[in-house]
Write a protein that binds this ligand. Structure first.
Ligand code: SF4
Length: 225
């Protein structure tokens, strides 16, 4: 990566939200995905509120770790965090029949739909007209799938927009990892749901790798890319 795109040297550009609105409700999935995005938004003086709504995460102890990490980072920067429900039963209803779908398939669409619909509902109830998500920065995700779900959720409310900014570009993916190391974030090893944990462990078994050990891995300080 070019030296000027690295976290320490990067001169952050001023971001311009598509609607001109400077208040943003940002759905966040976890601290590693959120870190780079939050720093980029704060550098542009965007009035940011983080919305943590991820009833997909299994088990509950893992959910609590991911939420705690996200909250820690936000509190250090005075970014308000909305802690939404862990309505797991409804999540299982939404993905019923899709248990064996691969990642980036129809189960993930249902999962994103649910999380973004709740984000848009909170936005509508609290006078936000712009929403977005941290999910798209991960290279494991299908950005078009995420953007489609976000735009559909926003379209349910008049005047609401989903910001489809590509956070991966201009070194964003690499800075995300640099920042995760700098902050010593918890490093989850599967997407989140019980099915992604099952499939990750199944892949590991087939490739003679140890099973996922939850709650133990952190990015660590000062690692070089
Ligand atoms: S793999 Fe990830 S995005 Fe897909 S359903 Fe599971 S938690 Fe949701």
């Amino acid at each position: 990566m070019s030296h000027s795109l690295k976290l320490d040297n990067y001169e952050r550009p001023v971001l311009h939200p598509p609607t001109g609105d400077r208040r943003l409700l940002l759905h966040s999935c976890c601290a590693p995905c959120a870190g780079e995005i939050i720093e980029a938004l704060l550098a542009s003086n965007i009035l940011l509120t983080v919305f943590f709504y991820n009833p997909n995460i299994h088990p509950h102890a893992e959910y609590e770790i991911r939420k705690r990490e996200n909250r820690r980072f936000c509190e250090q920067r005075n970014v308000p965090v909305i802690d939404a429900d862990y309505d797991l039963d409804n999540w299982f209803v939404r993905v019923r029949g899709l248990e064996n779908e691969p990642e980036r398939g129809r189960r993930c669409t249902a999962c994103f739909n649910m999380r973004f619909e709740r984000t848009a509902l909170y936005a509508a109830e609290n006078d936000f007209s712009l929403i977005s998500s941290t999910l798209g920065i991960s290279r494991w995700k299908d950005m078009a799938q995420i953007n489609g779900c976000g735009e559909r959720a926003a379209a349910r409310w008049e005047g609401m927009h989903y910001w489809t900014f590509n956070w991966r570009k201009h070194g964003g993916s690499q800075r995300m990892i640099e920042l995760a190391k700098r902050e010593n974030f918890y490093q989850q090893e599967y997407c989140g749901c019980v099915y992604s944990l099952r499939d990750t462990n199944s892949w590991r078994r087939q490739n003679n790798r140890p099973r996922v050990e939850r709650g133990v891995k952190f990015y660590g300080y000062g690692g070089l890319l």
